[in-house]
Write a protein that binds this ligand. Structure first.
Ligand code: NAD
Length: 467
């Protein structure tokens, strides 16, 4: 099949290369000419494990092409995927301007049967909007009426939200748990079956077909549920800190219950990334517009914002509320390992707070330094407030503390003797609960983590009571 994918970011590009990998002819479109130029040179503009290899292989076999012109891409395509960004608007709602722009362009260009697939994460009823937008453009081109121009039957709009995870995106796409599609007619369902057959060969029931509005809601429900688990554990971790329980033991204790399951139960510095924060806000906004209160989800969002500052304040309190002149070494900027994505990363909030309190910041991240520097400036911060280093240990040279923010594999088993010799004071804030607190305490480190009792927590609790 010939497929067009509009938007060559994390989702569009992975979708394009994976469809090409199973033999479809794919053409990826993006308005960003510099991205398209890189892709034509087989250079992925984002970091995603395995992406470069698939890009090279499929571009080499001419199954995968790149263009800035939708008009070129649509020629002969059976389906066009809309995979552009849907960022958070000022009121928390999903900003659909890019989706609408693509729908308008499709309406201006389309001249044959086409399945338009909305892959971006979008509020319920967006497919209706995309359909109406395309029809309005067709009507301008065929003013005698859609039916007489035989235009309407050409176009079908369907929903197909994406569930890939950055860092394992290729694997997720190639071996999906499920593929959710929302359609209005059996013909659209048949196109999906044909397109996705190679991905669900072992069990075709993994391709789910439902109404469009249910499919649109399913994506938000999935992200909201996962965000809820994280916020629940983060809140519980704060109580664990107060009462001397260990959140990691609690996690194991509940995670083996098959009704609960083990995933997304890790306490940390709060969830981030391009999806959970904006999708939770978009769902809340959708509910607000219908006067339907989602109290649980409101609390999830609030708990997440609080958690980022809760961990930042641990550093603030340790240094007696004054970080002026303190140098803090940071390991990890990406919102999770395996990606260079820093959108809504806890690092953005925590580093802003540290700078505000007077600290000097030196950071290391294996892949996210460039994206972070860009996001830092976009947030109105100054480039000079942060120094970036290539070697993780260089971030610790003469620093007053090490703060772990992203659990990249290379940070998992560091040389503690080397760290000790580099730090001015042996102080470690481990906000991903990666290290053994007993071993570190025995080695003379002041060690703080999230929701686990450590050597100093009893005395801190006592200090708080006394205050
Ligand atoms: N990133 C993820 O992990 C993930 C996972 C599941 C779903 N999603 C959803 O998928 C959608 C895309 O997310 P992303 O992370 O890939 O975004 P992204 O910002 O990485 O990529 C979007 C791309 O669309 C391009 N674009 C914008 N307008 C265009 C137009 N008119 N024509 C052609 N290209 C255009 C941009 O230049 C950009 O390259 C969002 O709705 C997001 O919520 C993302």
């Amino acid at each position: 099949m010939k497929l067009t994918v509009v938007g060559s970011g994390y989702v569009g590009l992975v979708t394009g290369v994976c469809f090409a990998e199973v033999g479809h002819d794919v053409i990826c479109v993006d308005t960003d000419a510099s991205k398209i130029a890189m892709l034509r040179d087989n250079v992925p503009p984002i970091y995603e494990p395995g992406l470069e290899e698939l890009l090279k292989r499929n571009a080499g076999h001419e199954r995968l092409q790149f263009t800035t012109k939708l008009s070129e891409a649509l020629l002969g395509s059976s389906a066009v995927f809309i995979a552009v960004g849907t960022p958070e608007g000022e009121d928390g709602s999903s900003d659909l301007r890019y989706v609408k722009a693509v729908a308008t362009e499709i309406g201006k260009l389309v001249d044959g049967p086409l399945l338009v697939v909305v892959k971006s994460t979008v509020p319920v009823c967006t497919c209706d909007m995309v359909e109406a937008t395309i029809e309005a453009e067709l009507f301008k081109r065929f003013p005698l009426g859609l039916e007489s121009a035989k235009a309407k039957p050409w176009i079908r709009v369907a929903s197909n939200p994406e569930f890939l995870k950055e860092g394992t995106a290729i694997d997720d796409f190639m071996k999906p748990d499920r593929i959710v599609t929302g359609v209005t007619d059996p013909e659209s369902a048949a196109v999906f079956q044909e397109m996705y057959a190679p991905f669900v060969q072992d069990d075709p029931s993994r391709l789910q077909v439902m109404e469009r509005r249910s499919s649109e809601m399913t994506k938000y429900a999935a992200n909201a549920m996962l965000a809820t688990r994280i916020s629940f554990m983060n809140e519980l971790s704060r109580l664990c800190e107060e009462v001397g329980s260990n959140i990691d033991d609690v996690r194991r204790g509940i995670g083996f219950d098959p009704r609960i399951g083990k995933k997304f139960l890790y306490a940390g510095p709060g969830y981030g990334g391009s999806c959970f924060p904006k999708d939770v806000e978009a769902l809340l906004s959708m509910a607000r517009q219908r006067d339907c209160e989602l109290t649980v989800l409101k609390a999830v969002s609030h708990a997440n914002k609080t958690q980022k500052m809760h961990v930042a304040r641990k550093i603030h309190s340790h240094f007696g509320g004054d970080l002026s002149g303190r140098k803090i070494g940071i390991w990890g900027l990406a919102f999770k390992p395996g990606t260079d994505d820093v959108r809504e990363a806890p690092a953005l909030t925590i580093l802003s707070a540290l700078v505000h309190w007077g600290a000097r910041i030196v950071v290391h991240d294996p892949v996210a330094k460039k994206t972070f520097a860009r996001a830092w400036e976009q947030a109105g911060m100054k480039e000079s407030q942060i120094s970036y280093v290539e070697d993780a240990y260089d971030a610790l040279d003469g620093a007053d503390a090490l703060v772990l923010l992203t659990e990249w594999p290379e940070y998992k088993r560091p040389s503690w003797s080397r760290i000790r010799s580099l730090l001015r004071k042996p102080v470690v804030f481990d906000f991903r609960n990666q290290y053994g607190f007993k071993a570190l305490a025995d080695a003379g480190f002041h060690y703080e983590c999230v929701g686990r009792p450590d050597a100093q927590s009893d005395s801190r609790r006592q200090d708080r009571k006394d205050a």
